[in-house]
Design a protein around this ligand. Sequence first.
Ligand code: DGL
Length: 273
Amino acid sequence: MKSTKNPIGVFDSGVGGLSVLRAIRALMPSENMVYVGDQGHVPYGPRPMGEIQKFSEGITRFLLEQNCKLIVVACNTASAAALTYLRGQFPDVSFVGMEPAVKPAAEITKTGKVGVLATPATFQGALYASVVERFGAGVELFQHTCPGLVGQIEKGELVTNDTRIILEDALLPMLEKNIDTVVLGCTHYPFVIPLIEQIVGGHVRVIDPAPSVARQAKRLLEAGGNLNQSSEMSEIRFFTSGDSDSMKSLLPLLLGMNADVESITWEEGRVTR
Ligand code: DGL
């Protein structure tokens, strides 16, 4: 039975979606949540669209089995590859997805030059082409896929020299082009904002879309009468298809909390516990 206490389902290829979970928790602390990191398949970015759709479908079924009342696709890559597909497969389910924040960037840039960091699949998808067409007029966009950055963040290497080198490779040429705004088009990247800010300096704005995604989730819950108004302590359950100890060890660093992480496995396209 549907109840306001049912959890919000949040998923990503790995720990990136925790940047979105963090924003949802800050905005709606009463909401219960179930988080799935598909670390057995991370990174999604270089994979074919069809494969990402199948993973997203399997995870969505699992989250629905956990009675989730709303699914947040906390992964730009999965949103680009699979959001339309998921809405077709599950017409009765509410989804919130991510899209690169070209719209707010175009509104605030003074130089008219904006850097966008995202994965190859995100740049190839129709969703990115559509935001560029709708909101990118008059703005010059500089794109970079930051190879290896998702892997660094998965290892918890938020401020190491190797991570800095990947970011400098992406950002220094953009700074030469006079960008004044950087869009984080991958949910892993907010965890390296301090390093990005060191590289780009204070005059460049860095846009993390997570807070606006959390607001969108809240609007949807309110509109459907599904917001949890209770003052009970909320529960967050974490699942990974990768190494549960390794995800558990990252939670204090990425979320500032300790929690258990449960294992899930893939069997013939289905996620099981
Ligand atoms: N966190 C992801 C995103 O927002 C995916 C990174 C990856 O798996 O390549 O795009």
